[in-house]
Structures are given as C-alpha cells and as structure tokens.
Design a binder for this molecule. Structure first.
Ligand code: NAG
Ligand code: NAG
Ligand code: NAG
Ligand code: NAG
Ligand code: NAG
Ligand code: NAG
Length: 366
C-alpha cells in the first residue's frame, strides 16, 4: 500500500513538472509539423505563438498575436524565402539548433555561435534561445522585421522593412531606418539614403550617434541615446498597462509607422485601434512611392488615397493601380511613329503639386 502511494506521488510530481515545462520551456528535441495540432508553441499568457502560420500556398515560421478576427503576425523568419511546403518540420534539435527540415535541406531559423539548451516563447512576444547558464543565445527581438513590441528596440543603423501586402510578409516597398545620425527616417526601400528621397523623419537634433528607437511598457515610442537618455518622444505614452492590453508599433504596408493598442477579450477577440500614426490618413500622398512611376497620388477624401494616371497614360497593371502607369499605346504611336505632322495635345492637370525632380537617373554606388 505504501509503495503504491509512493509511486502515485512520484507520478503526480513528474506530470506537474511536465505540464509546467510545456507552458513555458521548450526542450531540445521538440518538433512541430505544419499539420501538428497545435503547430505552434504558446506563451504562458496564451497571447503569443511561435510556429507555422499559413502564407500563400504554404507556411512561414514566425511569431503572432492570437485573436479574432485575425491573428497579427509580428515577426517572420526567412522573410524573403518562398513559403514552406506543407509537411516540413520546425525542429529544436537535440544539439540545440533551431531549424526547418524541408525534405531536401536544412534551413536555419536561428544563426547562433553557441548551442542552445532551452527555448521559450515569452509573454512579451519575444521567442528566445538560452544557453546552459540561461544566457540569451538568440532572440527574435534582436531581428525586427516590420514590427516592434514593448521592450523591443531598433538599434543604430537597423532597418524595419514594410511587408509586401497584408497576406505576404516578404519585405515590401518601404524602409524605416534608425540612422547613425540619430534620425529615424522613412524611404522607399530601393532609395538611396539621401534627405531628398526621404518622406518622413523623427527630426531629432541632428548628429547624435548611437541612437535607438525604444518602446516603453506604457506604450511610449521614443529615441534614446547610448547612455540611456530619451532625446525625442514620438508618442506620449502613460497609457495603462495590464495583462489584457498590448501595444505594437508596425511599419505598415503603406510605409507609415503606426502605434496600435490591442484589447484582448475573454472570448478570444482582439479589439485593435490605432493610437498614433507618423503620417495622418489625409497626408498619405506624401509617402514617396505610394504610387508608381508615371502616376500621381490623389487625396480622394480624408480616408483614402488613389493612384491615378495623367491624360494619355493607362495603369501598367489595372489590378494594381499603385504599380504605376504607362503611355497609352495609341498615344505612343501618334507621338513617336507617324512623324512630325501630328496634332499634339497638351492638357492641364489642375491642383497638382509636382516633385522638383520628376525623373532622375541614379547610378549604382560601388
Ligand atoms: C526553464 O528552464 C530553465 C533552465 O533549464 C529553468 O531554470 C527554469 O526553471 C525553467 N522554467 C520553467 C517554468 O520550467
Ligand atoms: C529547401 O531549402 C533549400 C535551401 O534554402 C532550398 O534551396 C530548397 O528549394 C528548399 N526546398 C523546398 C522543397 O522548399
Ligand atoms: C545622452 O544625452 C544626455 C542628456 O542630453 C547627455 O548628457 C549624454 O552625454 C548623451 N550621451 C551621449 C553618448 O551622447
Ligand atoms: C519624453 O517623455 C518622458 C516621460 O514623459 C520624459 O521624462 C522625457 O523627458 C521626455 N523626453 C523628451 C526629450 O522630451
Ligand atoms: C486594461 O486597460 C484597458 C485600457 O484602459 C481597460 O479598458 C481595461 O478595462 C483594463 N483591463 C483590466 C483587466 O484592468
Ligand atoms: C488609349 O486611349 C484611347 C482613347 O482615349 C482608349 O479608347 C483606349 O482604350 C486606350 N488604350 C488602352 C490600351 O487603354
């Protein structure tokens, strides 16, 4: 009788430990498959997950905020690689590496110098690998993609790239650069780092080196110098912090940095509002590259902007008006094929502001 009781207590002791470690620590040898249920590792609060999320015809590995109507992806691994095919696995290997096995090859998720002992998905939204003395070997927070979460930083010379679209998290059209001169500046992603190509800046007092963009728990987004002094506040902060309110700063698909507040409902809903926007809705035409080559941007009411073509031009892709315009082929023929006797038409575009340099040929730098 005594022996049975002893065995039962040992069993209870072990199962308690196992369920605890399932909640917070991910042990070596843990594996997720695209079709596992679940195919992610949860944070203890249940608000953040790390694992496979659907993307295109396959999956990507990343971190997301859970909530209806739709989960919010906050970090993506191998962002510019094609989507992973169904059936691949995400493995925290017995020798301490985090990788994807894709049938033919190994794709490393974490580039580390040191083998990890344990992994954890934190309530902050940070997914970390720890070494044998619980030192951090790797963390998603060190490699921001398009989003910062509370306590996460964008360090000197680091860049956030907007995503391609709401359903494609590859790097898109815009970049937000924490410049070495202490300014946080937004550009089109292929643009050179020159003031005249930027469309938004934090306007910090210039030439403070070693500045980072930081995100405080009370939702304040600010720039901090290397000795920890705040040199510029982007947002006010002092908003309530509690377990059901989360904040997120995302450099959105349209090239605008926004601060979001998420209220987590007890029913799994996620109520999201924009608390602050670097560029107001009605000013989004100021985003250089919001519309493509040969087109212009129209402030079509306060809520929307529209990309339009000047007379004689048509959309390059009628399904993607923001991808620019091309000369209508009939106009092209008139102007360039039939010689000098044609009637040329010059039309006026009212209420339009033109860039100073409409066209420019850039030579690639060495
Ligand atoms: C997670 O693992 C570390 C290192 O093995 C350990 O110190 C810690 O207590 C574990 N945490 C939980 C909640 O199991
Ligand atoms: C597996 O990964 C390798 C290396 O990144 C890549 O070249 C290959 O196309 C991938 N295979 C599949 C089936 O996705
Ligand atoms: C950071 O800012 C503080 C306050 O302006 C200043 O005293 C300090 O020297 C600055 N640190 C650096 C490294 O510039
Ligand atoms: C930013 O806000 C914090 C908290 O309100 C304040 O302590 C700090 O002085 C502000 N920094 C600047 C540069 O205004
Ligand atoms: C958390 O803060 C939000 C925002 O002010 C508030 O609406 C909500 O009621 C708070 N929740 C709790 C559990 O205190
Ligand atoms: C070119 O312009 C003409 C006349 O405005 C129009 O009828 C035609 O549809 C345009 N061509 C294309 C390819 O859009």
């Amino acid at each position: 009788m005594a022996t049975v009781f002893f065995l039962i207590s040992i069993y209870l002791f072990f199962s308690a430990e196992i369920s605890q470690s399932l909640q917070s620590n991910i042990t070596k040898g843990s594996t997720l498959f695209t079709n596992s249920t679940p195919n992610f590792w949860l944070s203890p609060s249940g608000h953040f997950a790390f694992g496979f999320y659907p993307s295109g015809n396959g999956f990507k590995v990343g971190t997301w905020l859970i909530g209806r109507p739709r989960n919010t992806v906050v970090w993506t691994a191998l962002r510019d690689e094609p989507a992973l095919l169904p059936g691949v696995s995400l493995v925290f290997t017995t020798d301490g590496r985090l990788l994807v096995l894709n049938f033919t090859a190994v794709q490393l998720i974490a580039q580390t110098n040191q083998k990890a002992q344990v992994a954890a998905m934190h309530d902050s939204g940070n997914f970390l690998l720890y070494g044998s003395n619980m030192e951090v070997v790797w963390a998603t927070f060190r490699f921001p993609t398009n989003t910062l979460l509370v306590t996460q930083e964008l360090g000197p010379d680091k860049i956030l790239y907007s995503s391609k679209s709401d359903t494609d998290d590859s790097a898109g059209d815009f970049k937000l650069w924490m410049q070495g001169d202490g300014n946080l500046v937004a550009y089109q992603s292929k643009s050179l780092q020159l003031v005249k190509y930027s469309y938004w800046s934090s306007l910090s007092k210039s030439n403070t080196r070693g500045v980072s963009l930081t995100f405080a728990a009370d939702s304040r987004l600010y720039l901090v110098n290397s000795t920890g002094f705040s040199i510029r506040n982007l947002t006010g902060g002092t908003l309530p912090v509690n377990k059901t309110t989360l904040y997120r700063a995302t450099f959105d698909v349209d090239g605008v940095l926004r601060l979001y507040q998420h209220q987590m409902g007890t029913d799994g809903s996620l109520n999201s509002i924009v608390l602050w926007s670097a560029i107001n809705r009605e000013d989004r035409c100021s985003v250089k590259g919001a519309c493509g080559l040969n087109s212009y941007c129209d402030r079509n009411g306060a809520d929307n902007i529209a990309c339009l073509c000047p007379p004689g031009f048509d959309f390059a892709d009628p399904n993607q008006p923001n991808k620019g315009c091309k000369l209508n082929s009939s106009v092209d023929n008139d102007c360039f094929l039939r010689g000098a006797n044609d009637d040329y038409m010059i039309s006026t575009l009212e209420n339009t502001i033109w860039e100073r340099d409409e066209y420019e040929v850039l030579t690639p730098c060495e």
